[in-house]
Design a protein around this ligand. Structure first.
Ligand code: 6GU
Length: 240
């Protein structure tokens, strides 16, 4: 899978050399390319932003710069990529969306800064490719770079071969719509705290039931909205 990231802070994406994503890149499973938007800016100042029409605070990233960058990057392959644009005004990032993107051959992430990107950039891009604006949640970051890291990591671990044990992706929180049960490893007793007996008993059916109960308990306490969503989708048999 190919992933291009366009940003005015390419150094922000340095973590993509590390850990699972870094290893997948070196193994040739992921082709991640980070581009400096400034390379498409012109004039002595290489400006990428300007003040908004209609007034208001802050600066907007300009259409000619983003247009030139996206023309070159999105036109450099033999298919059409899906363009993802991190913004607090986007649709919430979910595991379902992430899983869909993990099946795509090519993603391009356009990281905005300041008050965002001239709206015509996405209007124009939509004429040639699928475009999605995505948000990490209901808070405001200084730019899209951290969200791009989040998207690349979440997508990459679902690309076949990237995770050592593909079963771990299936057992994740959210893959069944519930939060994961608490987990334990050695030592059996630590600071007077014991691993629950049931997990040391070797009865897999009992362990599965225990984990399911703890999942439901945790989800009800922390994310009742997830239980509501499951109930709406599957009815009461979702909890069998
Ligand atoms: Cl994707 N971008 C920015 N700038 N702020 C955010 C966000 C994204 N998601 C939540 N806050």
């Amino acid at each position: 899978m190919r992933i291009d990231v366009v940003t005015i802070f390419p150094g922000y994406l340095a973590p993509l050399d590390e850990a699972i994503v870094g290893r997948a890149r070196r193994a040739g499973l992921l082709d991640v390319r980070v581009h400096d938007l400034r390379g498409w800016a012109s004039g002595v100042h290489k400006a990428v932003d300007d003040s908004p029409y209609g007034g208001g605070p802050g600066m907007l990233m300009t259409a000619p710069v983003w247009g030139a960058a996206l023309d070159e990057v999105t036109g450099s392959g033999d298919t059409v990529p899906r363009l993802l644009v991190p913004t607090p005004a986007g649709a919430p990032l979910t595991q379902e969306r992430v899983a869909g993107w993990a099946r795509e051959p090519w993603l391009v992430l356009a990281c905005g800064r300041y008050e965002g990107i001239d709206a015509r950039v996405l209007s124009d891009a939509r004429r040639r490719m699928p475009v999605e604006e995505v948000s990490l949640g209901d808070y405001v970051l200084a730019g899209g770079e951290v969200a791009a890291l989040v998207v690349v990591e979440a997508v990459s671990r679902l690309v076949p071969g990237v995770l050592g044990n593909p079963a771990s992706a299936e057992l994740d929180s959210f893959s069944d719509g519930l939060l994961e049960a608490p987990a334990y490893t050695r030592p059996e007793r630590w600071r007077d705290l014991d691993v629950p007996d049931v997990l040391r008993g070797g009865n897999h059916a009992v362990v599965d039931r225990w984990r399911r109960d703890r999942s439901l308990e945790r989800t009800a306490a922390v994310r009742p909205d997830l239980l509501d969503a499951l109930l709406a989708r599957h009815g009461a048999d979702a909890f069998d």
